[in-house]
Design a protein around this ligand. Sequence first.
Ligand SMILES: [Zn+2]
Length: 239
Amino acid sequence: MPSTRFDGELVTLNADVPPADGRRLTEFADSFLVEVSRKLDAEPPAPSVYVFGRRRDLRRFLRRESPAFAKRTGACFVSEDGDVIIALRASRNGQPALDSLRHELTHAVVAANFARPMPWLDEGLAQCLEEGMPPGEPAEVLDELAAMDDIEDRILRVVSITEHADLTATDYRVAWGLTWFLIQDGGYGWQAIRRCLEPPEFGETPAQRLARGLGLGPEPIARSFKIFLERRNERSLGD
Ligand SMILES: [Zn+2]
């Protein structure tokens, strides 16, 4: 286990890092949690973050605490006692990579506030905030999605997935682009994201849940995302 514990306002960090680095990381994590929670009109959680220098120590920890995530290099889960736990691999100097930390902290905000988030939205949000936004634009991902001629079908499939484990690497990129679009689009924005995170109503399908959150079902949203990608593509070709 990591040897040193740092208590932030919200985050408890366990890592093998010098005191100044530990304090800097907890401050970074605390302010990130407050910022993301404000966007989602949610309560900032108080997660415990464990940073492991060795891959096998991370694996051992995850096998014991959350076996479904045992093969990940980063994970966020809620313990049996209801504590929000983040486990990460250290990149160098015993420190976690800040993009991975942002990704898992975003999951912590969602996990602590919203029951059973739709997997594509949970991952899409984590990817968007991992990259930092706004104004950062995931240009490469959007170009890649615009080049797919079956992008509408992919979206229809991705938004109906109910288990995180069923998301493929391509699904992650589709989820990322679609979430980015929703956040940036004046007609949706953070409020629409928040409505989509509200717990499902009894017997509600993912399609119905999306329609309740956005006022639009999967087919119209897939169509408008495709149109957005095409316009963006034409603009960049015209430059
Ligand atoms: Zn994730």
